[in-house]
Design a binder for this molecule. Structure first.
Ligand code: HEM
Length: 406
């Protein structure tokens, strides 16, 4: 039986009531605890290398693009109230007027935002181009849904949302999560800790189509694992920052995010499962705590409003203190905490159609599907803009290597 960490129920219930809230323990107390004119080769020049001319709203864009942009924005402002236009682009929730106004302000601030980031030409989030209307590959609806997530995470405070966006664009420019997801390969010891499932059936519960499974119970010796793949001593090169463990975990998250449809209220968030089967609390070590804290912070800063529900499975009573530990760290938002569901076993069958899951998770999928790894989804693909930006990142790396060799 799953216990809610607090009272907010996140997963939408089907009208037939299957998997309804009543299946949870209702009294469950918290467990204590590119436009074509764009010069392709210039895309990844950093700001340091750019000419130091002063910037205004449009100077980060080539002239033609700026013209297209101002034409499009003008058209919007000539029609109905701009906030009404913005409201129409959002299909995942009913925006109130004040919320639409704030979203409009945030979209208007985009040129300004790109004068403040480390690399104004890195304008990708989750494989989508987040930039002004009229630029090639900018899908206004997707862009606005992504911006809305940042706004919601900052309670519709536009200044705070802008700061969050700038920080996140800088992180993406530096960390290159798309490479971590789609180009880099990882040691088998890491690969056996994660699975991505993608259930597209129309009767799958909302926002459970995409699920990442972290099988941390498969970690035989956390101390050794984090000595090998985590921690500062294993920081990568300047082009690939972060430890192997961090890059693997972010890569999994990013592959999952690329399967979401930001304009679809039933698939604009994903679920996460942590399976702690066989975990001994006596094995929890310092390296693991450091890596865990780092990931929690990165996810909080860069993947807002993307989690539908998070299951912690096979958590025995002795481990409850770990929740208190994380809560007391104060780095997990109340919103995220409200999405945690804790279980002493691995029965998760009421959330997914039983024929989808292997017996271990109370599913009845054919005996051919012995484990989750048999249904690990390998089809996560980069969007067109993600491919363009990844190609350019690679060209830039080769260019840098050649310069170093020269
Ligand atoms: C071998 C043992 C464990 C390992 C390797 C491990 C690993 C991790 C990692 C890497 C994260 C970062 C977030 C993520 O990956 O999604 C995390 C988060 C977390 N872990 Fe564990 N963990 C272990 C045991 C436990 C136990 C026993 C508990 C308590 C029941 C626990 C509770 C949590 C909580 C509450 C979070 C925060 C999740 C979030 O903010 O999304 N962990 N763990």
């Amino acid at each position: 039986m799953l216990t809610r960490v607090n009272e907010t129920l996140v997963v939408r219930e089907k009208s037939d009531g299957s998997g309804s809230a009543s299946e949870l323990n209702p009294s469950g107390s918290p467990l204590s605890p590119s436009p074509s004119s764009e010069s392709e080769s210039s895309i990844f020049e950093t700001r340091v290398k750019r000419s130091p001319e002063p910037k205004n709203d449009l100077t980060t864009l080539p002239q033609e693009e700026a013209q297209i942009m101002s034409d499009v924005e003008k058209k919007v402002s000539e029609s109905a109230e701009p906030w009404e236009e913005v409201k129409k682009t959002i299909s995942t929730r009913e925006l109130k007027k004040e919320e639409a106004l704030k979203l409009h302000q945030l979209t208007e601030a985009l040129p300004q935002i790109y004068t403040k980031v480390d690399n104004p030409e890195y304008d990708e989030i989750y494989g989508h181009r987040v930039n002004v209307a009229g630029l090639e590959h900018v899908d206004i609806e997707v862009r606005n849904e992504i911006l809305l997530k940042f706004l919601i995470a900052r309670e519709f405070d536009v200044d705070k949302a802008q700061k969050m966006l700038i920080k996140s664009l800088n992180w993406r420019n530096e960390f290159r999560p798309l490479l971590a997801a789609f180009e880099e390969t990882y040691d088998d010891e890491l690969n056996e800790l994660g699975v991505l499932t993608y259930f597209t059936d129309s009767d799958q519960k909302d926002n459970l189509k995409v699920t990442t499974w972290n099988l941390y119970g498969n970690v035989k010796n956390p101390k050794k694992l984090f000595e090998k793949f985590g921690g500062e001593e294993n920081l990568g090169t300047a082009t690939r920052p972060g430890s192997q463990f961090l890059r693997w975990r972010v890569g999994l998250m990013e592959r999952a995010t690329c399967l979401l449809d930001f304009t679809d209220a039933s698939n604009n968030k994903g679920a996460q499962v942590h399976d702690y089967n066989n975990v001994s609390m006596f094995k929890i070590d310092k390296g693991m705590k450091i890596a865990t804290k780092e990931i929690i912070l990165i996810f909080g800063d860069n993947y807002p409003e993307l989690l539908s529900i998070k299951f912690f499975l096979n958590v025995n009573i002795l481990m409850s203190w770990i929740f208190s530990f994380f809560k007391n760290l104060g780095i997990i938002s109340a919103e995220t905490l409200s999405k945690f569901q804790v279980s002493h076993n691995s029965d998760i069958g009421s959330y997914f159609r039983p024929e989808k899951l292997p017996p271990q998770y109370n599913g009845n999928r054919s005996t051919l599907v012995a484990s989750l790894f048999d249904i690990d989804y390998q089809g996560s693909k980069l969007s067109t803009y993600g491919q363009i930006i990844t190609r350019k990142l690679n060209e830039k790396t080769i260019e840098d290597v050649n310069l170093t060799v020269d």
